[in-house]
Ligand binder design. Structure first.
Ligand code: NAD
Ligand code: ZN
Length: 249
C-alpha cells in the first residue's frame, strides 16, 4: 500500500457520511462504452441529437434504434469488480452511505448496492409520453417493433432515462441533495464530472469542508480540488482499497 492508498483508506474510515458518485467509467470494464474519452459513444454519435427529448418527438425511430443498440450492449454486460467493491463498501459504512450514479445500466443494482440513487434513470424502463404509464422492459426490441407504444393509450414510449432538455427526477435529486449537505467525504469514480447539475456536487461538498477522493485513469475538472487522486481503473483500484478496509478492521 502506498501513501495515497493509505490516505484514501484513512479518509474512508474516518468519514461519517460517505457519498460515492459514479459515472460511465465504472462500467467500462464491463464492456459498456463511456460517452466521452477515447472509445466514447459520443465520438461516433452526436448526443445532443440522440439523447434529446425534442429529437425523440421529431424522429422517434432513429432515437429508439440508438437506445435499443445501447440496451443490447448493456444486456450482455455483467457487473465488474469495481461495482462489487462499491457494494462491499456500503456494507462497511451503512447507514452513513449513499451511492449516486449517473449510469443508466443497472449494474450497481445487480452488484448488490442498495443505498442507491440512479439520478439519470434506468435504460430498461420506459414511460409513455402521453399518459405517463411506465413499465420495465428488460429486453432488446426486434427493429420492427420500434418505436414502442403504450399498452394503455398507444402513445409513444420514451426510454426511462433523463434526456437533454429534461429535468432530473425530483425524488432522486432530493435524496441526493439531502445527503450531499451532510456528506464529509466524496468518492468520485469514473466520471468526467461535466454534466450538470451532478457536476456541481464535488464543489458543494468541498465548499462545506468535505474531502474528495478521485478514482479515474485521467484528469477531470475535479482533479485540482481532490484531496486524494488515484489514477487507475475502477475495477483494479476499488477492490484493493475496499479489501484493505476489510483487512485492517
Ligand atoms: P463520461 O463518459 O463523460 O466519462 C467517463 C469517465 O470515466 C472519464 O473521466 C474517463 O476518464 C473515466 N474512465 C474511463 N475508464 C475508466 C475506468 N476503467 N475506471 C474509472 N474511470 C474510467 O461519463 P459520465 O461522467 O458518466 O457522463 C455522464 C453521462 O454519461 C451521464 O448522463 C450518464 O447517464 C451517461 N452514460 C451512462 C452510461 C452507462 O449507463 N453505463 C454509459 C455512457 C454514458
Ligand atoms: Zn400511455
Amino acid at each position: 500500500m502506498d501513501d495515497t492508498d493509505r490516505e484514501a483508506l484513512d479518509a474512508i474510515r474516518a468519514s461519517r457520511h460517505l457519498m460515492v458518485l459514479t459515472g460511465a467509467g465504472v462500467s467500462r470494464e464491463s464492456g459498456v462504452p463511456t460517452f466521452r474519452g477515447k472509445d466514447g459513444l459520443w465520438n461516433r454519435y452526436d448526443p445532443m441529437e440522440l439523447a434529446n427529448i425534442e429529437a425523440l418527438r421529431r424522429d422517434p425511430l432513429t432515437v429508439w434504434k440508438w437506445y435499443n443498440w445501447r440496451r443490447s450492449l448493456i444486456h450482455k454486460a455483467e457487473p465488474n469488480p469495481g461495482h462489487y467493491a462499491i457494494a462491499d463498501l456500503e456494507a462497511h459504512k451503512a447507514p452513513g452511505f449513499l451511492l449516486v450514479t449517473q449510469n443508466v445500466d443497472g449494474l450497481h443494482r445487480r452488484a448488490g448496492s442498495r443505498s442507491l440513487v440512479e439520478v439519470h434513470g434506468d435504460i430498461f424502463r420506459e414511460i409513455c409520453t402521453r399518459c405517463g404509464t411506465s413499465r420495465e422492459a428488460y429486453d432488446v426490441y426486434p427493429e420492427d417493433l420500434l418505436p414502442p407504444r403504450c399498452d394503455a393509450c398507444n402513445g409513444l414510449m420514451k426510454p426511462g432515462v433523463v434526456m437533454f432538455g429534461e429535468p432530473l427526477p425530483r425524488e432522486a435529486m432530493e435524496r441526493t441533495v439531502a445527503f450531499m449537505e451532510i456528506a464529509d467525504l466524496l468518492l468520485l469514480v469514473g466520471t468526467s464530472a461535466v454534466v450538470y447539475p451532478i457536476a456541481s456536487i464535488p464543489f458543494e461538498i468541498k465548499g462545506r469542508g468535505g474531502m474528495i477522493i478521485e478514482v479515474n485513469p485521467d484528469e477531470t475538472p475535479v482533479s485540482p480540488i481532490a484531496d486524494v487522486v488515484i489514477r487507475g481503473p475502477a475495477g483494479g483500484v476499488l477492490p484493493a482499497l475496499v479489501g484493505d478496509l476489510a483487512r485492517d478492521g
